[in-house]
Design a protein around this ligand. Sequence first.
Ligand SMILES: Cc1cc2nc3c(=O)[nH]c(=O)nc-3n(C[C@H](O)[C@H](O)[C@H](O)COP(=O)(O)O)c2cc1C
Length: 175
Amino acid sequence: MDFKDLVQKRRSIRKFTDEEISSEQLQLILRAALMSPTSKGTRAWHFIVVDDKDMLEKMSNVREMGSQFVAGAAVAIVVLGDRDVTDAWVEDAALAAVTMQYQAAELGLGSCWCHIRNRFSAVQEPADNLLRFLLKYPENLTAECIIGIGHPAIERKLQDEDGLKWENVSIYKKD
Ligand SMILES: Cc1cc2nc3c(=O)[nH]c(=O)nc-3n(C[C@H](O)[C@H](O)[C@H](O)COP(=O)(O)O)c2cc1C
């Protein structure tokens, strides 16, 4: 599939079958993250891969809403940035996350972003604190998001070519 078709095919998938993803697929997805661009080439992100069902269930409750689909994923990858190394850690983490989503889509897998930074649990605890407690990552790392990945249990329509917001694009013209 060429990139033109891949960007149209990628949709957020929040329902997964019980089928596991292969170690080759997982490695390709992580490889894509590790090849993603970073500010000044710092590559200061960190990725925590979770496929343990009990832990996925716990992670799915770190937010009041929006994180529940993580429980049904075959694997979840927590994307973290190191604030001590770069002030562009949010951008670096986001780019790595979306790069993994495109690689997953290219492999025929489904994925969805679960946002963590500045998000809260049902009892207003920062989702990042809860994740840190569960996964024991150090204070210098902050989670941007969790990417949940698995075999899609639903089919989603391609991105609507006719619905694209071309009106949000403007072209500078010299006076
Ligand atoms: C920064 C960001 C945060 C998101 N947070 C969540 C989230 O917490 N939970 C969720 O189910 N989807 C989340 N999504 C997925 C969006 O809801 C989804 O991308 C959007 O509805 C467009 O649908 P599409 O991905 O199928 O094109 C997030 C996406 C982005 C880019």
